[in-house]
Design a protein around this ligand. Structure first.
Ligand SMILES: NC(=O)c1ccc[n+]([C@@H]2O[C@H](COP(=O)([O-])OP(=O)(O)OC[C@H]3O[C@@H](n4cnc5c(N)ncnc54)[C@H](OP(=O)(O)O)[C@@H]3O)[C@@H](O)[C@H]2O)c1
Length: 164
């Protein structure tokens, strides 16, 4: 059976997700949520995301790194030179497929995503990396929880793609 595609992202209202190779905010509750959702699963991610998350393989995660320069990735780490090649590898591994960015990888997979684990940060923030517009597609919200810290209000949503 073909595994469903899950996207996992924390996104501002203006779709910013990153700034200067970092997250544009500090939201420890969202980091904990991100780690919990991806633990024990197949994590598909771009080369930059891999570089800034070197401990991705903790907690039983199975990373598949997308790069055209496999020599940049340590030996033993699964590497693919395209999104489709990464997803083909992911289909052979145990667990759920969690696509964790960055921008181009979300852009290439959004239309085929079955679910988004979305943390919507209710702010417009400055950044240089964006999540593609998703709100024009049809989604059913299967779970929702609002929260906040001293700086941000945010909503954890699970969005299931509705296809005619
Ligand atoms: N808020 C969130 O949920 C979230 C999630 C993820 C990332 N981020 C943020 O986003 C930023 C990192 O993301 P990013 O978009 O800059 O980088 P990225 O997607 O992690 O990495 C970009 C690299 O991935 C490879 N790549 C991407 N698409 C490819 C394709 N179709 N075929 C082959 N290789 C491909 C290329 O590697 P090579 O150059 O090696 O060929 C490219 O330079 C950081 O600021 C991070 O904090 C935020």
């Amino acid at each position: 059976m073909i595994k469903p595609l899950n996207l996992v992202v924390a996104c501002a209202e203006n779709r910013v997700i990153g700034h200067g190779r970092k997250l544009p905010w500090s939201i420890p509750e969202d980091m904990a949520h991100f780690h919990a959702v991806t633990a024990g699963q197949i994590v598909v991610l771009g080369r930059v995301c891999y570089e800034i998350w070197p401990r991705v393989a903790l907690d039983g995660r199975l990373p598949v790194v997308i790069t055209r320069n496999p020599s940049l990735i340590p030996p033993g780490v699964r590497v693919a030179d395209s999104v489709d090649a990464a997803l083909a590898i992911a289909q052979t591994l145990p667990g759920e497929i969690m696509i964790c960015g960055g921008q181009l990888i979300y852009e290439e997979t959004l239309a085929r995503a079955d679910r988004i684990y979305l943390t919507l940060v209710h702010a417009n923030v400055t950044g240089d990396v964006y999540f593609p517009e998703w709100r024009h597609l049809a989604w059913r919200e299967s779970a929702v929880r609002e929260s906040r810290n001293e700086a941000y209000r945010y909503t954890f949503s699970t969005l299931e793609r509705v296809r005619p």
